[in-house]
Design a protein around this ligand. Structure first.
Ligand SMILES: [Zn+2]
Length: 718
């Protein structure tokens, strides 16, 4: 089809944007690398980009690929700095090249209005215009038009809008958008789509999606045999059925790549991630996938994990203008007075030109004075940071260590300024975040945990929940080693006191990273909890509990069970109700993470009877129990119930914790620091000698039980 004859290309009573310029493309390409065009002359998508997947990460949908545009080889995953008006704000193209930018994004809508397509025709395309040798992707203008609610109307033909520069009425049709993108001379063009807020109702979303499909077909026809690549945009808001339909309809057409549109426009983070994950799986393996307009470094990490290859976002430059920068030490706000005299580099772990040359004091000063140099320097750093993150992701995918990189990085990427945390006093008062008897508590160090309001107890008060879970439960139980044992018999963990699921998630993440290495024993986690509000609350605010960004917690809340789709043999089950009344419902454990509220709040959980029930439920198996307490009363309750008891490592503000086990074989008493004669002597003198459940008349029998416990008659070299 001839583009010239497209009936609605900005014609009729509207301003004529282009006429008779077709065919110039044929002239322009003469100036470029002809070998490329010979290969591309047939114009099939494979030849246009030659997209090749080089590696896929184990345990993740992340992948590394390369493709070839009209200007350079592109390596994915990649971030494309946004140069809406043919300039990445405050950045020269020389720096962009040096920092590793492979594709810049420009905007058809803005460039159509100014400088106008004729300038690109006269100058010979955007690359020459802005002195940029690598690739350019042009967005179609759909998103911009639909963000101007009062100056547009949409018909089958296209979108009518008024120029914000001179008031002209312009029809942007799919053909007009493609013609303009041809004039601009981008390497990758986008189809015109109708973008609606992600929160619209289903029938609005469907109407917009169907129009987008018809426009996509018209865009493809308008592209004709141009060597420029063309990407379709999958729409469908947050409705899986629509997304499925949209992907199916668009994938039937020979596009060179597929974008996921209509996200980052009003939905929540988890909705975005779910839709992204779902949609990505509907797209072909042999085409690039591009998530439009997303996002922060953390958002990008999450989307790469879900199988996306390409990203663009204004955040690195926009944040720079406001004094914000992403660093290895967290997100820094350079306006803060704390940097007034700081002689440190912006990021000690960064090799960008800004960090190599300037200290924080100067950058703080520039930001305070709103000097453009400050914007430029911080922007350089942020772009550098993004590109480096993308390179590291790519490297870890190629080395097949992405999953552990991802788990580690997603913790790091959500931290604010580690070295100079914003103190709660100076922070705007936080909205009270409560649910039932629980409240989110933010520690002075900046991490969040759950506070039980009626008792005042905080789960993990001194250490971030995941750190404590790893130190106290995962490392002490040598979970990795146990999972590396070559047996098909599942390891069973009782997670007693699910709380905000830190311990269970720490175990799950350990299993996942072991599975990524290929060696792993099946794992079944049984969590016990009588009040799910703490998990509900934490999950609702999972930006503060990043370890909950995982398929497991929502499934546990909804169905009380979760089974990993990625790793065979990883299962998680919830038994709701009082632990002591429900433990018989679970299969006997190998490990117990005993993380109940303390004896003050939950006395029955720490009695001799409680631990007797636990030993009985262990059914003669060799079981180890780990708990955070080191209280004498709890330890004697365990001893009286028949457990052997040892000291655990320190955790939070506790000097030591407690490990209890049912069997003495395996030489375990030599690996653990058993409570011995010394401890027994101290116990004899203790004022808190007995668990609360022991009455005065039972005391002497109880004393005798403890004194005669076999653990106090062991010789050190037994
Ligand atoms: Zn830097």
């Amino acid at each position: 089809m001839s583009n010239k004859q497209g009936p609605n290309v900005c014609s009729g009573g509207f301003f004529k944007i282009r006429q008779g310029s077709c065919g110039r493309w044929g002239f322009r390409i003469q100036c470029r690398d002809l070998s490329l065009y010979t290969a591309n002359s047939v114009g099939t998508p494979d030849q246009r980009l030659d997209f090749r997947v080089e590696a896929r990460a184990t345990g993740s949908n992340a992948r590394a690929a390369t493709f070839r545009t009209l200007h350079n080889e592109v390596r994915t995953p990649l971030f494309m700095p946004v140069g809406t008006h043919a300039t990445v704000k405050a950045q020269a193209t020389g720096f962009l090249e040096e920092s590793g930018s492979q594709i810049l994004l420009a905007n058809t809508y803005h460039l159509l209005l100014r400088p106008g397509p004729e300038v690109f025709r006269n100058v010979g395309g955007i690359h020459r215009f802005m002195s940029w040798k690598k690739s350019v992707l042009t967005d179609s203008g759909g998103f911009q038009i639909f963000s101007l609610p009062h100056s547009r109307s949409i018909s089958e033909e296209g979108a009518v809008f008024q120029s914000y520069l001179d008031g002209r009425t312009i029809l942007l049709s799919p053909e007009c958008s493609i013609e303009t993108q041809k004039d601009i001379g981008s390497d990758i063009m986008m189809v015109l789509d109708q973008c609606v807020p992600s929160t619209v109702d289903e029938s609005t979303a469907r109407t917009a999606m169907e129009l987008t499909h018809r426009w996509a077909a018209r865009s493809l026809a308008a592209r004709g045999d141009s060597p420029q690549s063309l990407f379709a945009i999958v729409q469908g808001a947050l409705f899986p059925e629509l997304r499925r339909e949209s992907a199916r309809a668009l994938c039937e057409m020979p596009f060179d790549g597929f974008a996921i549109g209509g996200l980052a426009v009003g939905e929540g983070k988890s909705e975005r991630e779910d839709t992204c994950e779902f949609t990505t799986q509907l797209l072909p393996q042999d085409r690039p996938r591009y998530l439009m307009g997303v996002g922060t470094p953390l958002d990008i990490l999450e989307a790469v994990h879900r199988g996306v290859d390409m990203f663009d976002c204004i955040i690195p430059t926009q944040m720079a203008q406001r004094g914000g920068c992403f660093t290895s030490r967290g997100l820094l706000q350079m306006r803060r007075g704390i940097y007034k005299s700081s002689q440190e580099p912006l990021d000690p772990d960064c090799a960008c030109p800004t960090c190599a040359r300037y200290n924080r004091a100067y950058l703080h000063h520039l930001t305070k004075c709103k000097e453009t140099l400050g914007w430029q320097l911080l922007g350089q750093h942020n772009i550098f940071f993004y590109h480096r993150l993308m390179r590291e992701m790519r490297q870890s995918i190629l080395e097949d260590s992405f999953l552990s990189f991802y788990n580690e990085k997603r913790e790091v990427l959500q931290i604010d300024d580690i070295d100079n945390p914003v103190t709660p006093m100076r922070r705007r008062p936080l909205k009270k975040i409560t649910l039932g008897d629980y409240k989110i508590h933010t520690a002075i160090e900046g991490f969040s945990s759950i506070l039980h309001v009626s008792s005042g107890e905080i789960m993990h008060a001194r250490t971030p929940p995941m750190d404590e879970a790893r130190g106290l439960y995962i490392e002490q139980s040598r979970l990795s080693e146990r999972l590396a044992e070559t047996t098909a018999e599942p390891l069973v963990i009782w997670d007693v006191g699910l709380g905000a699921a830190a311990n269970a998630m720490a175990a799950i993440l350990t299993h996942e990273s072991m599975a990524a290495k290929g060696i792993v024993r099946p794992l079944r986690i049984v969590s016990f909890e009588n009040d799910l509000d703490s998990l509900r609350l934490a999950f609702k605010h999972h930006d503060r509990f990043p370890y909950l960004r995982h398929a497991g917690p929502p499934a546990i809340l909804k169905h009380a069970t979760w089974q990993s789709k990625q790793h065979e043999g990883l299962e998680w089950k919830l038994i709701e109700g009082d632990f002591l009344a429900t433990m018989h419902l679970a299969e006997p454990p190998d490990l117990i993470f005993y993380d109940m509220f303390s004896g003050k709040t939950c006395a029955p959980a720490w009695t001799t009877d409680a631990f007797r029930s636990v030993t009985a439920a262990c059914a003669g198996r060799d079981v180890e129990l780990f708990t955070y307490t080191c209280s004498t009363a709890s330890r004697v309750a365990m001893l009286a119930a028949g457990f052997y008891v040892a000291r655990g490592r320190n955790a939070g503000d506790k000097e030591e914790t407690t490990i209890a086990f049912t069997c003495l074989d395996n030489g375990r008493e030599r690996q653990r620091e058993m409570l011995g004669a010394e401890w027994l002597k101290k116990w004899e003198r203790s004022s808190a000698k007995f668990p609360a459940c022991i009455t005065a008349s039972e005391q002497s029998v109880f004393e005798e039980t403890i004194r005669s416990h076999p653990q106090f008659f062991m010789r050190a070299d037994d």
